[in-house]
Write a protein that binds this ligand. Structure first.
Ligand code: ADP
Length: 421
């Protein structure tokens, strides 16, 4: 009897202890959950701050780059000696390299933040392949390499993001040329699968270059990684090209990888899914052959309002536009732009986004309210390069979007598109 009583007391004690442990555990879980939620919130805030910082830096770097490239362009047009032309080529090449690096950093940070938006427009695989080939053929030739292309015939029409698909191919082919001293670089495209709605396209870049040891093959697809991470490395580069190509392929419903033998060569590949069918209307104009000459011939004397707070940018753009026969008036902030638009009916308004006093978005909204200004083409010309910047411009009532530094040919063909309608 006594024994049973002791048993019961013992069990009660054990249950009480168990209950206490349970309570303690629950408190622990609750406090950890709060800590986790706080850490998550802090990480998200930090991520937002990083994205805002990068957007700002991009704007701050693009604005002077626009001045450097623009001034180099103006010097060249004014006529230079062959030695000066050679130096201007070097300024161009260095600027392009810097811009490509900025673009890569922006791309990867957008992709990692899950904020990367793909375009949905018409694309032709064979034209993308010939673009890549013509962009890089000079570089291959300079190294004595043969650059070959081979392609299946793809069904048409197809839809996807031509710029990003071309970028992924360019990354691979540029790498293949960079890491190959003798032989051939081949870009191939196949239809890997086809259904009623889509095709899975496979792109391969085969080189006869230095190859990659098996243990580093996976690592090189990570951000900032290079096969050779030493400070004495032979090849420059940011280590972002491959990770961007891989992420782009994944965003486009495919994957990426490499097969390689050190000392023999590599085959880098990726797949992407391309939808069949017509696309929505594309905003970016197909570059018109010699748009500048057409402007001069068909639109001489038409009045353009150029709005920008940066003196050098105004100077570069004004010079280019006047050179193509257009009449240019300028405004240095949103208020001035509205005043000008109230007095004059411009054929086109080129509008910077970020300006003191009143920005380009608000200026556009107010210009749209003015009598007779509902349909005046307003084109953003801005160093804010993100897809959401484009969306904000279009929402504010603008018709098109040019990113600084702009390529003069692109400025002319965009203008032509809007002057012709
Ligand atoms: P980057 O070329 O700017 O360093 P990438 O991400 O494009 O960055 O490439 C990462 C690394 O992968 C390169 O530094 C190089 O070591 C290796 N790699 C890429 N392509 C090739 C290739 N075709 N042959 C040999 N190694 C390559």
């Amino acid at each position: 009897m006594l024994g049973i009583g002791r048993d019961i007391t013992g069990r009660k004690q054990a249950e009480a202890e168990l209950q206490q442990h349970r309570l303690h555990l629950e408190e622990l879980v609750a406090s950890r959950t709060v800590e986790l939620a706080q850490a998550k919130e802090a990480a998200e805030t930090a991520n937002l701050a990083k994205t805002a910082f990068l957007a700002n830096m991009s704007h701050e770097i693009r604005t002077p780059m626009n001045a450097i490239l623009g001034m180099a362009h103006l010097l060249r047009r004014a006529g230079v000696t062959p030695a000066q032309a050679d130096r201007l080529d070097k300024i161009d090449a260095a600027s392009d390299h810097l811009l490509a690096t900025i673009n890569n950093i922006l791309d990867i940070s957008k992709i990692e933040a899950g904020k990367f938006v793909l375009d949905d427009s018409a694309l032709t695989v064979s034209s993308l392949i010939s673009n890549v080939s013509s962009i890089l053929s000079e570089r291959a030739k300079d190294k004595g390499l043969e650059l070959k292309t081979e392609s299946d015939s793809f069904p048409t029409p197809l839809r996807g993001d031509p710029t990003r698909l071309q970028q992924a191919m360019l990354n691979y082919v540029a790498n293949a040329i960079k890491f190959t001293e003798h032989g051939t670089v081949t870009l191939r495209a196949f239809v890997q699968e086809e259904s009623a709605e889509s095709v899975l396209a496979r792109f391969e870049v085969i080189d006869t270059g230095i190859g990659i040891a098996p243990e580093v093959q996976q690592r090189i697809f990570n951000a900032f990684e290079q096969a050779d991470n030493s400070t004495s490395r032979k090849y420059g580069g940011s280590g972002l090209g491959l990770v961007i190509s891989k992420r782009l392929a994944e965003l486009m419903g495919g994957e990426a990888g490499v097969e390689s033998t050190a000392g023999v060569g590599s085959t880098f590949w990726f797949t992407v899914r391309l939808r069949k069918g017509q696309s929505h209307e594309d905003l970016t104009p197909t570059p018109t052959a010699d748009a500048e000459a057409t402007l001069r011939q068909d639109h001489r004397g038409r009045r353009i309002l150029l709005v920008d707070d940066e003196q050098i940018n105004l100077e570069v753009a004004q010079f280019l536009l006047e050179g193509s026969g257009l009449v240019v008036e300028t405004a240095e902030n949103g208020f001035e732009a509205i005043e000008r638009a109230r007095e004059t009916n411009y054929a086109v308004i080129l509008m910077d986004m970020q300006m003191p006093k009143l920005d380009g978005l608000e200026a556009t909204r107010q210009i749209r309210e003015l009598p007779g200004q509902r349909d005046t083409p307003i084109i953003a010309m801005t160093a804010n390069a993100f897809a959401e910047d484009r969306a904000r411009c279009l929402d504010a009532g603008m018709n098109d979007f040019l990113i600084k530094p702009f390529d003069p040919e692109q400025l002319f063909s965009t203008l032509l598109k809007h002057l012709a309608t």
